[in-house]
Design a protein around this ligand. Sequence first.
Ligand code: TRP
Length: 364
Amino acid sequence: MKNIILTGDRPTGRLHLGHLVGSLRERVKIQESGNYDEMYIEIADAQATTDNYGNIEKVKNNILEVALDYLSVGLDPKKVTIFIQSEVPELSDLTFYYMNLVTLARLERNPTVKEEIKLRGFNGSIPVGFATYPISQASDITAFNANIVPVGEDQLPMIEQTREIVRSFNRLYGETLVEPKAVLPQNERCKRLPGTDGNAKMSKSLGNCIYLSDTSEDVKKKVMSMYTDPNHVKVSDPGKVDGNPVFIYLEAFSEDHHFKEYFKDGEYKNLNELEDHYKKGGLGDVTVKKFLYYVIEETLKPIRERRAYYEKDIKGVYKMLFDGSDKARKTASETLHNVKKAMGLDYRNDEELLKEQMIKYNNK
Ligand code: TRP
């Protein structure tokens, strides 16, 4: 079987370190491994309208930001197809038929959607478009015959919903669609990066993000004012590293060579040694934060450089997106064709149907 990978993001803001840890790094790794046949990355603007229908401007403007972020982390349009969801209208057609296979009760059980409904204040008056976006996401995935979907944990209910749709469709209309599998980020401890304020999630609406496109000064300000262990008041106090965002970030981004470069006298050779000292007491937050700032800067420097390069050719970035969308559209229309054919909806090419009905009406 072919390995086809599909994943995507809603263009509602610039991408941040949480995205880098949660999915972008994984995508680049897969890309560099070359261990796949096709890889699609969708900028899910249509899905983003389901909770931003009053602010399309925001969605529209962030398509470019997300594309620049993709390119800046090293995703290569020669190796992956980056496309805009609304440029592939076949996806909506697929959604229409998949809707028959899902009940309202099933949609209401989706834990991620439930959470989002609470967050968006939709309680009691949920727009149908929003309620059904998991079905449209099943179209995103199946349209490309994707069998691998690298995502964060919060997307697992969407993949499960997709698998159910695939099974129902294949059972009813014959083997047509591919059942996908989710792939989660490998490092348990940084599956989800907390915000700089200690909140469980880095999220634009909480204002606790470090963006991939932040300047060095932004990063410094944000890191130096990060939430740490509130009981670590004096330098001599023993500190907690578990659940301490500064240490979670170090776990996510530091490598042994950073210790060698930064601690020139060999004070700490790796994260374990730094953590041990913090736990014992005698290591101040400022020292750790300065080191974290260094590590994040080392991570972001090449990303910033690539971004600056692509920012010089916005026209070229849009061309890349439209070329990708054309390619995606070709694949999606093949799938739509197969889906309609399996369902018996391809009247144009159905000679059998024409023959039968001509006989029925005595045509010669
Ligand atoms: N729902 C995803 C998010 O909010 C974005 C998305 C849309 C997606 N279509 C997808 C992710 C298909 C994976 C596969 O981040």
